[in-house]
Design a protein around this ligand. Structure first.
Ligand SMILES: [Zn+2]
Ligand SMILES: [Zn+2]
Length: 57
């Protein structure tokens, strides 16, 4: 169900997640895995769930 996928690219900017400090977490709406790189976390870039379109900070 709420399985975190091992996705390799940032949901917000599509950067490959090579640096430490990125996060993966399930979409609060549908549980789809969302990944964010360090930069997007620091800049608090809005993410958008690829599955349901949920947007969050
Ligand atoms: Zn990013
Ligand atoms: Zn979602």
């Amino acid at each position: 169900m709420m399985k975190i996928k091992n996705i390799e690219f940032c949901t917000s900017c599509n950067t490959r997640l090579v640096e430490k400090g990125f996060v993966r977490f399930p979409c609060p709406h549908c549980g789809e895995t969302i990944a964010r790189c360090v930069k997007c976390r620091e800049l608090a870039v809005i993410y958008k769930c690829p599955k349901c379109g949920y947007e969050g900070p």
